[in-house]
Design a protein around this ligand. Structure first.
Ligand code: GLN
Length: 483
């Protein structure tokens, strides 16, 4: 039963082949047996899950239907979940039980999804390896010595290991697409404003966006359907109609114009990955797509701009964790300053502290113009590059990451080398565009992802292209040995 996709589960439940309760029990047992090897969960909510599963079975018995009714999922541990620890993988929030549900959590629960628990992540979503969690690193099921990617690494490892069919993630600079690529999943970062950020603990508010991680594009369509939509409680949520993603997966790719930016194939890309990406291009050409070489001339400035803007916003967002209003409080403070200083020094891990320092510096008087303002101007140039490209092409294609998953610990002494792994993903966040990563093959037994980017609110186009690709390839069906 653990091999089933969300789409297959929906059919199985509708045909009464099994109940949501049976399925939930099976997966919980599988998690208990296998997750000690992976560390993909921070908190399991077994009782709540069984309650939700029974309620979903009862709703089906009463004639209700729906693709998510009774479907097991899990949430990255930065979505506030009523009465459940919501830690952001930080000591700072180790004892924080959220007093309300994030909109994403509430919407999926209303659709009947069964939440098995909260998945591990990089502390406050800062990272691309899932090594900075207060609860320990997550292991990649394809090779337990390697990272699963991050920051949604717990969600990715759990889905890739068939502990559950799908999970939520968030993507500020690649944290859905990059772990999807490194664990052989399909992951989608929606247009900024498509999914509500209400109740999602903020890292960099102008970049953060929640989305689905699953094995197939078909399943991403199902999960995104349950997450997307206007939310008056989020001032950056956009009131745009949400199409029926599942109904639009079968459009023909005949004549689809795919732009391939030369900057995506520059120095730094593993040549074996480049070859796999070219194979996926050929596959799409067979389906009728037309390839056009394009250029995104300002891409080289994306990493420096992102690593100013994201830490700047983080330093501001994380100021609320002061040991008074939220978060860990140190023992026996001498005075208020001592309480702030020690609570934050004890509560935040080294990567989070590094980002707060960089961000506070970039925002301080005298440096604001030189760094923050400059970075914002680059952001506009990057957006303009995309707008120009999308005048000529329907989607943009390239690698998701320059390298396959690296060994746990390999980049610990050199944070910048980890930042460079984000080179292909962060531009979509800076521009607010939707992006998807899907399986494209293997290098040394480790999965490789191909990335697709589309104009604003064209998630449906990404899912359509990915689904057609997956009907004609089988990379996404491969599962890691031992799981
Ligand atoms: N790796 C990037 C960072 O550390 C992106 C993280 C994310 O998307 N949450 O900022």
């Amino acid at each position: 039963m653990h091999q089933l996709t969300l789409a297959e589960i929906a059919r199985g439940l509708a045909d009464k082949k099994f109940s949501s309760e049976e399925l939930t029990k099976t997966l919980l047992a599988r998690i208990a047996q296998l997750d000690p090897q992976l560390n993909s969960f921070i908190t399991l909510t077994e009782d709540l899950a069984l309650e939700q599963a029974k309620a979903a079975d009862a709703r089906r018995a009463n004639g209700e239907s729906g693709a998510l009714l009774g479907a097991p999922i899990a949430h990255k541990d930065l979505f506030c979940t009523l009465g459940v620890r919501t830690s952001c993988a930080s000591k700072m929030l180790d004892n924080f039980k959220a007093p309300y549900d994030a909109t994403v959590v509430a919407k999926l629960a209303a659709a009947g999804a069964v939440s098995l628990g909260k998945t591990n992540m990089d502390e406050f979503a800062m990272g691309s390896a899932n090594e900075s969690s207060y609860y320990g690193a997550v292991k990649n099921p394809w090779n337990l010595d390697h990272v699963p990617g991050g920051s949604s690494g717990g969600s990715a490892a759990a889905v890739a290991a068939r502990l559950l069919p799908a999970a939520t993630g968030t993507d500020t600079g690649g944290s859905i697409r990059q772990p999807a690529a490194l664990t052989n999943l399909t992951g989608l970062k929606p247009t900024y404003g498509r999914v509500s950020r209400w109740g999602m603990i903020a890292y960099a508010s102008s970049l953060d966006q929640a989305g689905p991680l699953a094995r197939t594009a078909e399943d991403c369509a199902i999960l995104l359907q349950g997450m997307a939509g206007f939310d008056p409680q989020d001032s950056t949520s956009i009131d745009e109609p949400v199409p029926d993603f599942s109904a639009n997966l079968n459009g023909s790719l005949k004549g689809l114009r795919i732009g391939v930016p030369k900057e995506f194939f520059s120095e730094g890309l593993d040549t074996r990955i480049a070859e796999l990406i070219h194979n996926s291009i050929k596959e799409l050409e067979k389906l009728g797509a037309v390839i056009k070489p394009i250029s995104l001339p300002n891409m080289q400035h994306a990493i420096p701009a992102y690593y100013v803007i994201a830490p700047a916003e983080a330093s501001s967002n994380l100021s609320r964790f002061d040991g008074v209003r939220f978060g860990h409080r140190c023992e026996n403070p001498k005075d208020l300053t001592d309480l702030y200083k020690r609570s934050r020094a004890e509560g935040f891990g080294p990567e989070v502290q590094r980002r707060i320092l960089v961000g506070a510096y970039a925002l301080s008087a005298g440096y604001y113009d030189a760094y923050y303002l400059q970075a914002q101007k680059i952001r506009r140039l990057i957006k303009n590059d995309f707008m120009a490209a999308f005048n000529e092409v329907d989607i943009i294609l390239g690698p998701t990451t320059p390298n396959p998953a690296w060994k746990i610990g390999a980049k610990n002494s050199d944070p910048v080398s980890a930042y460079l792994e984000d080179v292909y993903t962060i531009t979509a966040n800076l521009a607010g565009l939707p992006g998807l990563s899907m399986p494209a093959g293997f290098v040394d037994g480790l999965p490789v992802g191909v990335q697709l980017l589309a104009p604003y609110f064209q998630e449906g186009r990404l899912l359509n292209v990915a689904h057609q690709y997956q009907l004609n390839t089988d990379w996404h069906t491969r599962s890691p040995a031992g799981f």
